[in-house]
Design a protein around this ligand. Structure first.
Ligand SMILES: Cc1cc2nc3c(=O)[nH]c(=O)nc-3n(C[C@H](O)[C@H](O)[C@H](O)COP(=O)(O)OP(=O)(O)OC[C@H]3O[C@@H](n4cnc5c(N)ncnc54)[C@H](O)[C@@H]3O)c2cc1C
Length: 274
């Protein structure tokens, strides 16, 4: 099984139950499916088997755990069915079942899993043929601490979200005014190295390094990343920085986006002359 579309209904229902009420699981048969696989580049649109629109880091964790454990659940239910049906011959069939389980486990683990933030990957890295998409678009909260020059953004936010939140406090990212969703925004005295357009994702751009108009003065976006919340492949959730899991924190600042799913970033803003 390498297509999420083939996941048994009972397993899918149990998975939905494990998520927060705000999370949404979209199958190919559901309304909103076509919209959920749209990407910035048409060539990056692929028919996902399942789109999981998570609403928290815990939802991401449940999705990762589901992918790892549901083959085991299938195995356990097979065993109990076999016990009921064949009674005494259970032990001889156990070997065959065990073998079946191993194959199922190995194959099922190959269901592709991708993370989607702003959907601007032009080579389709946030899309999948038949796999599961963890769609972060609900993780868009942005908090601005003007005094400490810090901006905390959800891992699924667009730079537009950061820009609007910052502008409300008289601050801004470095997207030029013509790209801003707020034409009346205040002139900024504090700014952040974000993307040069405001519709790219905070998650993808940051983990890719991130350059903006302020890079000459303040470096890349990752140079200004001071903390991240990340969900690892085993489903564990960590807050990492220079002191907490420093190797992983080093890795996400320049070695790519495959170390985990980043659900929150804390970024440093800098003073600019306006
Ligand atoms: C029109 C346009 C303008 C651009 N301008 C700039 C620019 O000014 N500066 C710049 O540096 N780059 C720019 N880029 C490149 C852009 O930063 C990358 O394409 C980036 O990967 C897009 O991120 P996204 O979240 O929008 O895309 P997505 O397609 O959602 O994600 C891209 C990749 O990052 C992964 N990913 C996304 N979010 C997370 C997360 N939270 N945790 C783990 N993995 C994640 C995805 O799995 C995928 O592999 C631009 C691209 C386009 C198309």
């Amino acid at each position: 099984m390498n297509n999420a579309n083939d996941i048994p209904t009972a397993a899918l229902e149990a998975f939905k139950e494990s998520l927060s009420p705000q999370a949404k699981v979209i199958t190919r048969a559901d309304p909103g499916y076509q919209e959920s696989i749209v990407r910035w580049a048409d060539n990056a649109i692929k028919p996902a088997g399942l789109v999981v629109q998570v609403a928290s880091a815990q939802d991401v964790s449940e999705t990762v755990r589901f992918l790892t454990w549901f083959p085991v659940q299938i195995f356990i239910s097979y065993l109990s069915i076999e016990r009921e049906n064949v009674g005494d011959v259970y032990s001889s069939s156990h070997t065959i079942l065990n073998f079946t389980f191993q194959i199922k486990f190995a194959v099922a683990r190959h269901i592709p899993l991708v993370v989607k933030c702003g959907g601007h990957s032009t080579n389709g890295h946030s899309s999948t043929n038949g796999g599961i998409v963890i769609d972060l678009h609900q993780l868009r909260d942005v908090a601005v601490d003007a005094e400490r020059k810090l901006i905390v953004s959800g891992g699924g936010a667009l730079w537009r979200d950061v820009d609007v939140a910052a502008a409300e406090k008289g601050l801004a990212t470095d997207a030029p005014a013509e790209h801003s969703s707020n034409p009346n925004r205040n002139p900024c005295s504090l700014a952040l190295v974000g993307g040069t357009v405001n519709h790219t994702g905070v998650g993808g751009l940051t983990l890719g390094g991130g350059y903006g108009f302020l890079s000459g003065q303040h470096g890349l976006t990752i140079d200004n990343l001071v903390e991240a919340e990340i969900v690892l492949a085993d489903g564990s959730i960590h807050t990492i920085d220079e002191n907490r899991m420093p190797d992983l924190f080093w890795a996400i600042r320049g070695a790519g986006n495959k170390f985990g799913c980043v659900t929150k970033v804390r970024l440093l803003a800098g003073r600019v002359v306006v």
